[in-house]
Every structure is written in C-alpha cells, then in structure tokens.
Design a protein around this ligand. Structure first.
Ligand SMILES: CCCCCCCCCCCCCCCC(=O)SCCNC(=O)CCNC(=O)[C@H](O)C(C)(C)COP(=O)(O)OP(=O)(O)OC[C@H]1O[C@@H](n2cnc3c(N)ncnc32)[C@H](O)[C@@H]1OP(=O)(O)O
Length: 224
C-alpha cells in the first residue's frame, strides 16, 4: 500500500499534475521550479549545473506548484477522513513556501536522485524572509529544510509527516544569497524515515546549518 503511494507520489512529483482545464488552474499549475527573472546569476548557474547532471537520468528536477492537484487531496482524505477539506477552503490553499510573490520569498528548485535517495534544493531566500537585519529568519530556513527533507522522505517512503526536526544553525545566511541544501535518507525503521541535511554556500566552504529529522509514514488504519 505505502509502496504504491510512494510510486504515485513519485510520478506526480516528477511529472507534475494532470493539466488543468480552466485558466485559473493553469495559472496555479505554473511550475515554479524553473528560472524566473528574480533568480540571480548564482541561482541560474547552479540550476544549469543540476540540469546538466539530470541529462543521464540520475537526477530529476522536481516540478513545484502553488496548489496540490485534486488527486493529492483525495490521497490525504484516506488518512484524515475528518479533515475539513472543503472545496472553498482548498481553492485558496497554497503550498506555504510558494505562497509569497516572485523573488521576495522562497525561490528554490529541487532535484532528486532516486538511486542514492538524495534530494538537493538550491535556494535563494528573498527580502521578505529577513530575521536579523541582512540575514534569513530561522523559521524561513526551517521551512526550506522541512520541505527539502520532506521531499526526500516522501519520494522514498510514501506519504509521511514530520515527527521531529532538529536544526543546528551554524552561521547566519545572508539575505538574497544562494545556498544548497543537501538531503539524504539515512535509514528506514518500520514506518520511520530518518533523514538529514546540511546547508552550504555555493563554493561549499561555509556550513550554514545542519539538521536531522524523523518522518513517520502515515498509517491508513489509524484514521487520524
Ligand atoms: C500528508 C502528505 C501529503 C503529500 C502531498 C505531497 C505534497 C508535497 C509535500 C512536500 C514536503 C512537505 C514537507 C512538510 C511536512 C510537514 O510539515 S508535516 C507538518 C508537521 N507535522 C505534523 O503536523 C505531524 C503531527 N504528528 C502526527 O500527526 C503524528 O504524531 C505522526 C507523526 C503521524 C505519528 O503518529 P502515529 O502514526 O500515530 O505514530 P505512532 O504509532 O505513535 O509512532 C510510530 C513510530 O514513530 C515514532 N514517533 C512518533 N512520533 C515521533 C516523534 N515526534 N519523534 C520521533 N519518533 C516518533 C514512534 O516512537 C513509533 O516508533 P516505533 O515504536 O515504531 O519504533
């Protein structure tokens, strides 16, 4: 069952949702993990490097959308039958890291290596993510870490949620700079997926943050 879910999620994550029928769903299904004018030179350079690595199929770029397609919402209902997934609310719901305007918030693209169970996220944190003046807010960093580790866990194990997340913030990340989040699946124990990551500068010389996390695969029998 969970393997099946992992397969479905993987195909959705790698190919994207079925094309929307209306104009508004077309807009919501714009793939935001492609370069846009707000991306700086470093971000484009890294993106091109990973696209090159993807040519032999070892790495795959993960498309990224503001909204989950209806089939994902149906998947979630299996685990949360009582959740208020009302049509009205869901039409306004957006993935948190994609909810800010172009260039001011989270600009990122993720690539996944299925053989090595690794996910890399290239991330440019915009001016609306400021914490201490000139630097990224710790909560914004945690958001990107959770998102990148989440993709790493979910693409390997199927639908799972963050149960635990430990972050060491080693150096402040300058606002509007580009960093690389390197995630890997460390081990699987039953329903638990242990993942970890580090955030480094483009030249890999600066270690900004390290994190470990446990994701727990949802159990459809539990009906949360
Ligand atoms: C829904 C997905 C849609 C997919 C669509 C795709 C969209 C693409 C998304 C991209 C990526 C997004 C990534 C963001 C991901 C979030 O942000 S998730 C939001 C934050 N997390 C939450 O809200 C989770 C809240 N917690 C819970 O719901 C429940 O505690 C959990 C995590 C589901 C676990 O509950 P449970 O299934 O009842 O687990 P339980 O039977 O108690 O324990 C199972 C095992 O896990 C261990 N465990 C449980 N809790 C913990 C803990 N806190 N620490 C360590 N171990 C623990 C237990 O000890 C146990 O171990 P064993 O005894 O088997 O050795």
């Amino acid at each position: 069952m969970l393997r099946g879910c992992a397969g479905l999620l993987r195909s959705w994550a790698l190919r994207g949702p079925k094309r929307g029928r209306s104009f508004s769903s077309e807009v919501l299904h714009v793939d935001h993990s492609l370069p846009n004018p707000s991306w700086n030179e470093d971000m484009r350079l890294l993106f091109d490097q990973f696209m090159k690595k993807s040519e032999d199929g070892s790495w795959k770029r993960l498309p990224s959308y503001k909204c989950n397609p209806p089939e994902r919402i149906e998947d979630v209902k299996i685990f949360f039958p009582d959740a208020k997934l009302l049509k009205e609310q869901m039409s306004q719901a957006q993935q948190f890291p994609r909810s800010l305007g172009e260039g001011v918030g989270f600009e990122y693209a993720m690539f996944h290596n299925h053989v090595e169970d690794r996910t890399v996220c290239i991330f440019q944190g915009g001016p609306h993510l400021q914490g201490v003046p000139g630097f990224l807010h710790g909560g914004a960093i945690a958001t990107m870490i959770d998102s990148a580790l989440g993709m790493c866990a979910i693409l390997t194990g199927g639908i799972a949620m963050t149960a635990n997340l430990n972050i060491n913030f080693r150096r402040p990340i300058p606002l509007c700079s580009v960093v690389v989040i390197n995630c890997q699946l460390d081990r699987v124990e039953g329903r638990k997926l242990f993942v970890s990551c580090n955030i480094r500068s483009m030249d890999e010389k600066t270690l900004y943050s390290e994190a470990t996390s446990t994701f727990v695969k949802l159990d459809p029998k539990k009906k949360n």
